[in-house]
Ligand binder design. Structure first.
Ligand code: SF4
Length: 365
């Protein structure tokens, strides 16, 4: 798999989707030696289930461990340290990931109990948990979701779970962006399996999940976070830690030259969680008929960006059409190729939140 590659799959059979992705990207060949110490790092920020939009789905961890064991890898561990104030032991239990580890007889390492080692990180000293540094091939399983301080969180910020509590506190006192970028000069993420199933609209602790039903694989964490930023309606270089990480040589924001391998290009409408909280309020502007979840979710993220800019004020409810049920019908404003007969239409299948936000901004100007 090349750094420019993005493997993508859509659906609701999350374990099977993970297996298909890992087979397609040739993970076993990339790791090589079956005795290598392989670390799997989910996002267990707090003791919340994945359906809240905060944590990695256990089906993804199950898919990764199943694949690795089928391919003969024996030296596996799952490792994580939750945020300060929450217990990792509780978070791994509540998430269902502890049961997955037990099923596969793979050790779960609670990094809140680990020692740390000071490391040089491109001109900054950062202490990192020792067990994380011992890993020889790191598979990161972040959730694509919003964050109250950094707007977006995904692969680069998920590395913060490999720090001791004192260092996590120091990162917050430093404003997060710069230390996160520097940390990723020490932590090498070999593969990223990004959980884009139902990440939170704007808060890392969950509560406003936005259904997207998508899983993606990247070899470059900066490209991964650039994709996540666009998927949530931002330009990658507007997110400071993504920009700084690129400047430090961690990876590239160049989505224009990325090569997307869409493993299930036939779009199907899948079951979605009912929008909650702020996501439910934004859904009031949408007239959906059989919309695919990635299309619908992208529109919700785009409306959130436009709401922040004050552009939703005075807009009519149910004024934006989306979904396969609109094919062949006419109307005023429609999103995605299914509404191509509408007066104003944004093509794409699905378009990203950044594209939708730019289109509606232009329409409403
Ligand atoms: S454009 Fe239509 S088929 Fe494509 S993702 Fe959107 S709703 Fe689905």
């Amino acid at each position: 798999m090349d750094k420019k590659d993005i493997y993508m799959i859509q659906g609701t059979d999350y374990k099977q989707m993970t297996l298909e992705l890992l087979r397609a990207c040739g993970l076993a060949e990339a790791i090589g030696d079956r005795h290598k110490k392989v670390g799997v790092k989910p996002n267990l920020v707090a003791a919340r289930p994945a359906s809240s939009g905060a944590t990695t789905h256990p089906e993804i961890v199950d898919g990764v461990l199943t694949y690795l064991q089928e391919e003969g890898f024996e030296n596996l561990r799952v490792l994580e340290g939750s945020w300060v104030g929450d217990s990792t032991a509780e978070a791994v239990r509540v998430s269902g990931i502890l049961d997955v580890c037990r099923k596969h007889q793979v050790e779960f390492i609670d990094l809140q109990k680990d020692r740390s080692v000071p490391c040089k990180a491109a001109g900054m000293e950062i202490s990192v948990c020792q067990k994380a540094l011992e890993v020889e091939y790191l598979i990161n399983l972040p959730v694509i979701k919003g964050h109250c301080q950094t707007a977006v969180t995904c692969a680069l910020k998920n590395s913060k779970g490999l720090l001791p509590a004192s260092e996590k506190r120091r990162f917050h006192s430093m404003g997060l962006h710069r230390p996160i970028a520097h940390l990723n000069t020490v932590i090498h993420q070999d593969l990223i399996v990004a959980d884009n199933i139902c990440g939170d609209l704007d808060f890392e602790e969950g509560g406003n999940p936005v259904t997207m039903n998508r899983i993606l694989v990247f070899a470059d964490p900066v490209l991964c976070d650039s994709f996540a930023a666009r998927a949530m309606g931002y330009e990658p270089r507007d997110i400071a830690y993504i920009r700084i990480a690129e400047e430090l040589g961690v990876g590239s924001t160049d989505l224009e030259h990325a090569v997307i391998h869409d493993l299930r290009p036939d779009r199907k409408q899948e079951a979605m969680l009912a929008p909650k909280g702020r996501a439910a309020a934004l859904a009031g502007y949408v007239d959906a008929k059989d919309a695919c979840s990635a299309c619908y979710g992208s529109l919700i993220y785009a409306l959130d960006r436009l709401d922040e800019e004050g552009l939703l004020r005075g807009k009519k409810r149910r004024s934006i059409a989306i979904g396969q049920g609109w094919q062949g019908e006419s109307g005023k404003t429609g999103i995605g190729r299914c509404t191509r007969c509408f007066e104003k239409n944004l093509p794409g299948c699905p378009p990203s939140a950044a594209e939708i936000a730019a289109f509606l901004r232009e329409e409403w100007r």
